[in-house]
Design a protein around this ligand. Structure first.
Ligand code: BGC
Length: 687
């Protein structure tokens, strides 16, 4: 039977039964694989597209078996949109989308990316990147969803689910990949508990809850073995313990090693290099044929499940369509975080200002992210200046000062304006994927020139608004006190300029929250060593690190302002006691106490006062975003699965729930938690 016939059978069956436990699917997979020659099987374990020239212009091909109707994989990056070809929708970077704290929106973004890839003939999107941001110096900070495991899990699962409505997702880089400059060689030593709780939990969520069809292994080594041949990560944890039934592909060029195939890597990308000798190794008995059979079964299983041999249900008209552009605009607006707003400096009411100055080299610059593998080439980018101009039309005079170094004439222009909007921040020259740009950041500040720009412009205006771009935490203590308002917009994608205007003029009310901590300086963070080839990751980073050390950040994880105000009252729960497998629903009443509509993110943190093991002072365990009209009150639920309160007990190699009174805090940031209660958990030594 050919795959085409089989997949039709499967589509009918799929309605009735779940994929994992379908004997029919498995027998179809086995039958197809049994018809393949060894050569055909081994050929499916490596890509055939050279890196040079292919980067960004051609889908990466991993062959199928044409005579059996088994289609190839056709892959493209990546986390901010489809990287192959021109004229694809450039969404805000993942860090911006994380700041929306809106998994439903992320699902729609993922769906739009998947739809575009399917429309151009692709079937695997090399996204999402779900590495935990241990330190904001990481050059690829922009590609991930921040520093917290729970937020990473929720956004990662949503992205996978959205993408997989059309193509296969490929959560990456498994695992503990968060340094750029030494990424090909560095060995990260990490203890088992930290590994499980801080660096793997969100990958597990992407597999278990998201149903990820594939995973990309990382370049770096973990506990002495490269991730691309790490038998503990690939075989023992991912495939055996988690029951992952999809396939693993290597990170590109340098991600495959001598023991990769035997230890659980299924595809070498983008070309056979280490796997060149695989056929001979199998023939000679050095590598068991079952290794190859298993890898091919994993791929064929996913090809069948997702009907990859079927024609695309969408055509190219969906690419950069109005619908996708409007999702990109919505994501840019929802991900922007209002970090300061003294005296209601924002929003600017166009009917009350006659003249504004728009200042800085980034004001009219397409600044949508780094030049690494996640690059997307849209057909246009709306810059902040263009967005502002379009929003204001002729009603307000705009002085555009296209420089970072201001002279007395510029200062006079700013003084004459009702407000100055300073657009500044980082670019692809400051942070990026390694080799494809500058890599990691060594300093978290803006540097002297950009800082001086802000100080000079702010000194000439009583209404100084900074629109800040960048992929992660930027230290700001040297200029933040001097400005009236700060809007963090990250790399906001091709529709960013419109979103920025929507926010500045109050058509959209900011509702983003920081997905990471903004420290006062590097001393508040764990060390970041991107020169040594041996680093150790311990249990604490981000807000958990600052909490433990008693440090006060510049701006805390979960923080973000609005043009309205909210009150949060009356915390209650549907049970006071719970045990393994239960889910507890907490409820609060949220009221919009201001005069404009807005959205608030209610956040729930758990603390473990009498824990027998070392715990973080508090950990995010749930959140819900709610939109409210002025004066409106709504009961908002946050559900917490009790098993998510477990820690990993190394002595038993199992997750353990402590028999403990857990303290629960609810509020609007990791440091603004006015409501609290306790939850009595009936423990379980091994889940
Ligand atoms: C990156 C991956 C990317 C791959 C293909 C690698 O250098 O680490 O994230 O998917 O290239 O572009």
């Amino acid at each position: 039977m050919t795959l085409r016939k089989l997949s039709l059978v499967w589509i009918v069956l799929a309605a009735a039964c779940s994929s994992n436990d379908s004997p029919d699917l498995e027998s179809q997979v086995a039958e197809l694989v049994s018809q393949m020659t060894l050569e055909e099987k081994v050929a499916q374990m490596a890509g055939t597209t050279p890196l040079q020239g292919a980067y960004g212009s051609e889908l990466w091909n991993v062959p199928g078996v044409e005579r059996l109707g088994v289609p190839p994989f056709k892959m493209s990056d990546g986390p901010r949109g489809v990287g192959v070809g021109d004229g694809r929708t450039a969404f805000p970077v993942a860090m911006a989308r994380a700041a929306s704290w809106d998994p439903d929106l992320e699902r729609r973004v993922g769906e739009a990316m998947g739809r575009e890839l399917r429309a151009i003939g692709g079937n695997v999107l090399l996204a999402p990147a779900i590495n935990n941001l241990r330190h904001p110096s990481w050059g690829r900070s922009q590609e991930t969803y921040g520093e917290d495991v729970h937020l990473l899990s929720r956004m990662g699962v949503a992205a996978v689910q959205g993408i997989q409505r059309y193509v296969l997702a490929n959560p990456k880089h498994y695992a503990v990949n968060s340094i750029e400059n030494t990424r090909f060689e560095v060995n990260v030593t990490v203890d088992e508990r930290t590994l499980r709780e801080i660096y793997l939990a969100h990958f597990r969520a992407a597999v278990d809850e998201g149903g990820a069809a594939s995973i990309m292994s990382a370049y770096n080594s973990v506990n002495g073995q490269f991730c691309g041949e790490n038998v503990t990560l690939l075989r023992r944890i991912l495939k055996e313990e988690w029951g992952f039934d999809g396939f693993v592909l290597s990170d590109f060029v340098f991600g495959t090693h001598d023991d990769s195939a035997v230890n659980g890597l299924d595809i070498e990308m983008p070309l056979a290099n280490k796997f060149k000798g695989l056929l001979d190794q199998v023939r000679s008995g050095a590598v068991p044929e079952e290794v190859v059979d298993e890898a091919v079964r994993r791929m064929v299983r996913k090809k069948l499940q997702y009907g990859l041999d079927q024609p695309s249900p969408v055509d190219e008209s969906v690419v950069e369509s109005d619908e996708h552009l409007s999702v990109a605009r919505e994501a840019a607006a929802e991900g922007a975080v209002l970090l300061k707003n003294t005296g209601g400096a924002l929003p600017l009411d166009p009917s009350e200002v006659a003249r504004i100055a728009v200042v800085g080299l980034l004001a009219d610059e397409a600044n949508i992210g780094d030049t690494g593998s996640s690059s997307v080439r849209p057909s246009f980018v709306v810059t902040p200046l263009q967005g502002i101009r379009e929003a204001l039309g002729d009603s307000v005079a705009i002085d555009h000062i296209d420089k970072n170094v201001l002279d007395p004439q510029d200062l006079a222009t700013i003084e004459a304006a009702d407000a100055v909007i300073i657009v500044t921040g980082l670019t692809a020259e400051d942070e990026s994927e390694g080799l494809l740009g500058p890599g990691d950041r060594v300093d978290l500040g803006l540097g002297p020139q950009r800082t001086q720009l802000i100080l000079d412009a702010a000194g000439a205006s009583e209404r100084a608004v900074v629109v800040l771009e960048g992929g992660g935490a930027i230290t700001m203590g040297d200029w933040l006190p001097e400005i009236e308002a700060l809007l963090m917009v990250w790399y906001p994608g091709q529709m960013g300029g419109h979103a920025i205007a929507d926010l500045l003029f109050g058509d959209v009310n900011p509702s983003g929250k920081l997905p990471l901590t903004i420290p006062t300086d590097l001393d508040q963070l764990p060390p970041f060593d991107n020169t040594s080839l041996e680093v150790t990751y311990d249990y604490f980073h981000g807000y958990r690190y600052l909490d433990r050390n008693g440090d006060t950040p510049e701006l805390e994880f979960g923080f973000g302002l609005s043009y309205t105000t909210f009150s949060i009252d009356n915390l209650r729960m549907d049970r006071a006691e719970a045990g393994p497998g239960d889910t507890v629903t907490f409820t609060v009443d949220v009221t919009n106490t201001g005069v404009v509509a807005g959205a608030e993110v209610v956040q729930l943190y758990v603390t473990y006062p009498d824990s027998a093991v070392e715990r973080a002072e508090r950990e995010l365990k749930g959140f819900t975003k709610v939109e409210l009209e002025p004066g409106e009150t709504r009961a908002v639920d946050i559900s917490v699965p009790v098993n998510s309160l477990a820690y990993y007990d190394v002595s038993q190699s199992a997750w353990a729930l402590e028999d403990l009174e857990h303290a629960v805090q609810v509020g609007v940031s990791s440091r603004d938690l006015p409501l609290s209660t306790t939850l009595r958990v009936t423990g379980s030594p091994a889940l």
